[in-house]
Ligand binder design. Structure first.
Ligand SMILES: CC(C)(COP(=O)(O)OP(=O)(O)OC[C@H]1O[C@@H](n2cnc3c(N)ncnc32)[C@H](O)[C@@H]1OP(=O)(O)O)[C@@H](O)C(=O)NCCC(=O)NCCS
Length: 146
């Protein structure tokens, strides 16, 4: 059974491992630690049998923009609804904090993630060229709360 709960400082090593496996340019561990202590951030992990198998980080910007900073599920647990549970939990919390809109950047070649966000109601708003260190572009996607 998967449990979604707030991150704890002792989870950061496992979160960093998932982040490093999922992304070409992972966030440094210190940045993950920083977000885990930030008042305007939401940071949840998915736990199965006492192991962390996924996480989501969101940030409230300018009081009304909920920014999904990062989300990943470890490979062997993908496609079981865990990413969806994490995203919904972060969205609900950001909404309660005052977010009127949700925003995120996704690599324009990351088709699985784009499909995932589309399924959750996000729409591509525009492209940011050369967004990533290797020159790849990002789609900026939005979801508006009604
Ligand atoms: C994106 C990610 C978090 C999704 O997590 P997940 O737990 O596998 O997602 P879910 O099982 O909740 O999937 C929900 C829906 O998203 C879509 N989706 C998810 N993975 C997909 C894939 N590989 N290909 C196509 N669609 C996909 C599907 O519509 C899926 O519904 P379905 O399984 O009923 O068809 C996960 O693939 C991941 O960690 N990717 C690597 C990190 C990453 O790219 N993060 C996003 C960066 S912006």
């Amino acid at each position: 059974m998967v449990k979604i709960r707030l991150v704890r400082s002792e989870d950061i090593a496992q979160v960093y491992k998932i982040e490093s496996e999922a992304f070409k340019y992972p966030y440094p561990r210190t940045l993950l630690e920083y977000y885990s202590n930030l008042k305007d951030a939401v940071f949840y992990v998915a736990e199965v049998d006492n192991s962390i198998v996924g996480y989501v980080i969101g940030l409230l910007r300018r009081r009304i923009i909920g920014h999904i900073i990062s989300i990943a599920v470890s490979k062997r647990y993908m496609r079981r609804g865990i990413g969806s549970k994490l995203l919904k939990k972060a969205e609900e919390t950001l909404r309660r904090m005052g977010a009127k809109v949700l925003r995120l950047e996704v690599r324009n070649s990351n088709i699985p993630a784009i499909n995932f966000y589309v399924k959750h109601g996000y729409k591509i708003a525009f492209i940011k060229e050369y967004y990533y260190p290797n020159g790849e572009s990002a789609y900026v996607m939005y979801k508006v709360f009604f």
